[in-house]
Design a protein around this ligand. Structure first.
Ligand SMILES: Nc1ncnc2c1ncn2[C@@H]1O[C@H](COP(=O)(O)OP(=O)(O)OP(=O)(O)O)[C@@H](O)[C@H]1O
Ligand SMILES: [Mg+2]
Length: 402
């Protein structure tokens, strides 16, 4: 195994990670990967292809059992795919057709998993130095590299602390240091924050993002938490039953969901009935709301066949794209629908109203906490004029595979 550290034993600067000579092109390329576990009737991963660029955080997102960990374990070499190939830069790591598969220790990657984050019977130093000892590095180099890496994750000076005397967040930082100490070209993270409490999870999310930017390494991240995925990722692949449903930037998945499953897994959506007034070939639509034909909004369909004018549709509206307004007099202004507040739930930073709109049913709409609307009052709802999605059915996906 040749690494910079072996070639230049005195260079222990973490800047070395950023400047290392990574091959051009995708840092990780997965092509047509499939895996069926022995005895299973369904594929755990089914024809999965994706590229992770250098310096990118790429997230596999999806419900429990959709194949995220299986994909990550195939990249790590802990599972063998039945079909497909894996490349790291220009290097072939797995080509099933040729019987090629590098063993895990030859793949030069760092990994952090949700469970068994660190070895509890060891000190911080013993944990972090473990991968270096396995590579038979010298004692002075190990000491220096461990100190540098601990500094990087905000644990400087805690070398001698035993594993059981660390908080959950500190344990995750040690696990991160152990994954980074070998200066890997790729970091694999499988739900690394899920056993931390909510506040610490947010803090670690930010720390990992900053660290990743500093090191500029490719990160393949697994989570079932959409907020974690949206906030941490450059790109996301949303999976269901082993198949990628959509891949793109967090904004693309949120603003232009490719199907109902993506729409309902990433964020919340209100569905309003409407009729297409005009359609253009790119999929852009002008839609009038049922019960308020003067209220016309613009949206987009991801249906490859488009949706023709005259068709009844469901308009997918993100809750934050609806504003609640007071009614002033009886004349309804253009661009609003009228509704009645049926319930108001104060949840701290906002109030969640259940609002009944004639012909539309009930919708949960968010309002500001400084401007409360009493139950029973009439309100106007102003939809953002554009940026909605349009759907032919009110199909509601399930958040779980199981
Ligand atoms: N070692 C195994 N042997 C047999 N089946 C397995 C094995 N590991 C996973 N599976 C099955 O493969 C499918 C995908 O599992 P995987 O662990 O990849 O899901 P996941 O997306 O990581 O889910 P989670 O969010 O719950 O961790 C599931 O149906 C699971 O039951
Ligand atoms: Mg998993």
């Amino acid at each position: 195994m040749t690494t910079d550290a072996v070639q230049k034993p005195n260079v222990v600067s973490m800047a070395g990670i950023a400047s290392r000579n990574v091959p051009r092109g995708a840092a990780i390329r997965l092509q047509n990967l499939s895996k069926t576990y022995p005895g299973a009737t369904q594929r755990a991963v089914d024809g999965l292809s994706l590229d992770v660029a250098d310096g990118e955080v790429f997230t596999l997102l999806g419900p429990s059992g959709c194949g995220k960990s299986t994909t990550l374990r195939m990249v790590a070499g802990l599972e063998q795919p039945d079909e497909g190939s894996i490349h790291f830069g220009d290097e072939a790591v797995v080509i099933t057709d040729q019987g090629l598969s590098l063993p895990p220790e030859k793949r030069n990657l760092g990994m952090v998993f949700q469970s068994y984050a660190i070895w509890p019977h060891m000190t911080v130093e013993e944990n972090v130095s473990f991968p270096l000892k396995a590579r038979r590095c010298g004692r002075a180099e190990i000491r220096e590299r461990v100190a540098k890496t601990l500094e990087l994750v905000g644990m400087a000076g805690m070398e001698k602390r035993p594993g059981p005397l660390l908080s959950g967040g500190q344990q995750q930082r040690v696990a991160l240091a152990r994954a980074l100490v070998n200066e890997p070209r790729i970091l694999l993270l499988d739900e690394p924050f899920s056993n931390l409490d909510a506040k610490l999870r947010e803090q670690m999310r930010l720390e990992v993002k900053l660290l990743q930017k500093r090191l500029n390494i490719a990160v393949l991240f697994v989570t079932h938490d959409q907020v974690e995925a949206l906030s941490l990722s450059d790109r996301i692949a949303l999976m269901k039953s082993g198949v990628i449903q959509q891949q793109g930037s967090p904004r693309q998945l949120y603003d232009q969901p490719a199907n109902e499953f993506v729409r309902d897994f990433v964020g919340k959506t209100l569905l309003f009935r409407g009729t297409v007034k005009a359609a253009n070939p790119s999929g852009a639509l002008a839609i009038s709301l049922e019960g308020a034909p003067e209220c016309v909004v613009f949206g987009h369909t991801s249906d490859p066949g488009g949706i023709p004018a005259g068709k009844e549709v469901f308009i997918g509206v993100r809750p934050e794209d609806v504003e609640i307004q007071s009614t002033a007099g009886d004349a309804m202004p253009a661009g609003v629908v009228s509704g009645t507040v049926r319930a108001a739930l104060f949840v701290g930073e906002r109030v969640e109203y259940q609002i009944e709109v004639p012909g539309q049913g009930h919708s949960v709409i968010y309002g500001g906490r400084h401007d409360p609307r009493p139950e029973g009052s009439r309100v106007w709802l102003r939809l953002r004029p554009e940026g909605h999605s349009a759907w032919l059915s009110d199909w509601r996906g399930s958040d779980s595979d199981s």
